[in-house]
Ligand binder design. Structure first.
Ligand SMILES: Cc1cc2nc3c(=O)[nH]c(=O)nc-3n(C[C@H](O)[C@H](O)[C@H](O)COP(=O)(O)O)c2cc1C
Length: 184
């Protein structure tokens, strides 16, 4: 019976923890829907031969995945290309507001698009993360404000994350959840 469950690896690259929280939420949600799930930091990613599906998430820095995530995709490209891959990024884009900000937020940074296409990912979704004012240069703060950002702190949209997880679950034909996953 256990062997028939979809086997899903969830691997994340984070600098400040918000991508890890999102990966943990997706893991809890899919486990609650009867999948066999293994969650790991990218430095401890499991052997992919044991999995049918990989959910891979990275924080966005300088309009790209973190270097550790980019390296992982490049190193494992052949294995990844033959699997069902769901990619997500955690950055600021989805938190931008106003006509210019919304349009800018929908743009997939070129390096991320190239990486996504190199492994023919099933889907890619950008989520808003946590953004603290401290340590951000004045220039970046002004740019952020001009693009309709302005808000700092925890900008994560758990309803959007839950909806995307539901898309993965439906694609894998998982049953409905038996309980509601609590987010941080
Ligand atoms: C040095 C640095 C560079 C960043 N560059 C970008 C960027 O280019 N695009 C973006 O959308 N967010 C950017 N961000 C915001 C982060 O992606 C956001 O804070 C995210 O929540 C970080 O995820 P983590 O908590 O998992 O590390 C940057 C943050 C830092 C600290």
């Amino acid at each position: 019976m256990n062997q028939e469950k979809p086997r899903i690896a969830i691997v994340y690259a984070t600098e400040q923890g918000s991508t890890r929280d999102i990966a943990e939420f997706i893991s809890d949600e899919l486990t609650g829907r009867d999948a066999t799930v293994e969650l790991a930091d990218i430095d401890h990613a499991p052997d992919l031969s044991r999995f049918d599906t990989l959910v891979l998430g990275s924080a966005v820095h300088n309009m790209d995945f973190l270097p550790v995530a980019t390296d992982y995709v490049r190193t494992h490209r052949d294995e990844l290309s033959s699997r069902d891959i769901w990619l997500f990024s955690v950055g600021l884009g989805p938190a931008l507001r106003g006509p210019i900000g919304r349009r800018a937020g929908r743009i997939v940074p070129k390096k991320i698009a190239t990486l996504r296409d190199s492994i023919a990912a099933h889907d890619y979704r950008a989520f808003a993360g946590r953004y603290e004012r401290t340590g951000i240069s004045l220039r970046t703060r002004i740019l952020y404000r001009l693009l309709g950002g302005g808000h700092y702190g925890d900008l994560r949209d758990w309803a959007a994350i839950r909806a995307w997880t539901d898309t993965i679950a439906q694609s894998l034909r998982l049953p409905q959840p038996r309980s509601t996953t609590i987010h941080p």
